[in-house]
Design a protein around this ligand. Sequence first.
Ligand SMILES: CC(C)(COP(=O)(O)OP(=O)(O)OC[C@H]1O[C@@H](n2cnc3c(N)ncnc32)[C@H](O)[C@@H]1OP(=O)(O)O)[C@@H](O)C(=O)NCCC(=O)NCCS
Length: 204
Amino acid sequence: MQSTDRTEHDRNNCLPEISTVINGDIFCVRVLVPEDGSDEQIYAMTQRIGRDENRFNNEPYGMTREEFAQWCIKQDAWSRGEMLPAGYVKQWTFWLHVNNVPVGYGRIREKLTEQSKLFGGNIGYAVSNNFRGKGYGNYLFNSLLKFACMLGLETVLSTVEKCNPVSRAVHEKCGGILISENSERWFFSFDEAMKKIKERQNNA
Ligand SMILES: CC(C)(COP(=O)(O)OP(=O)(O)OC[C@H]1O[C@@H](n2cnc3c(N)ncnc32)[C@H](O)[C@@H]1OP(=O)(O)O)[C@@H](O)C(=O)NCCC(=O)NCCS
C-alpha cells in the first residue's frame, strides 16, 4: 500500500466506526485516536487483560496513566507509518465498546514479518477478562477483518496457540481456514473470508 502521508491521515480519519445493535446492546469498534490516552475506562480495560495471554502482546499492561497516554500517541503514529521502530510494520489499534463501555481491543498489522509469520500474524485481539464468553471476541475479530478489507489488506493470516481453543472457535466462526499447524500453534488463513467481506462491502 503506497501513498503519501496526507493520504494516510485521510485513510485513518475516514475509517468509519463499525457498530451494530445486537439483542438491544450497542456494539461499536473504532480506531484508536490520541485522545484515548486520557480515557480512564479504556486504560482500566487494558489492565484487565494479562501482559501476554496466549501470545497477545498487551503492551499497556502495567503502564502508568502517563505512559498509556504516550503509548496511544505512538499507536496513532504507527497507524500512519510514523515513528516505527526498525523492522516494525504499520499497525492500527481498534477498541471494542459495548453500550459505551470498553470491553476489548485488537490490532491489525499491514504486512507479515518473519516473526509474525511464526506467531501473531496480521491480527491480534483480546477481550477484558470480566467480559469474556459473551460473543465479544467474535464481534471484535469479525470487525477487524472488515477493517482489514477497508485498509486494503488482501491476505490475512492469524495464529492461535494450541492452549487456546476459545480463540480457535472464534477463528473458525469468522471464516478462518486452518492451513497448517506445528506443535505449538494453528495457522489460519482469512483470504477467502476477506474476499466475501470485500464483495459485501462493494455491493453495499
Ligand atoms: C480469545 C478471546 C479474545 C475470546 O473472547 P470472548 O469474548 O471470550 O469470545 P466469544 O465469547 O466471542 O467466543 C468464544 C467462543 O469460544 C467457545 N468456547 C468457549 N470455551 C471453549 C472451550 N473450552 N473450548 C472450545 N471452545 C470454547 C465459545 O462457545 C464461543 O464460540 P461460539 O461463538 O461458536 O459459541 C478471549 O478469551 C481473550 O481475550 N483471551 C486472551 C487473549 C487471547 O487469547 N487473544 C487471542 C490470541 S489468538
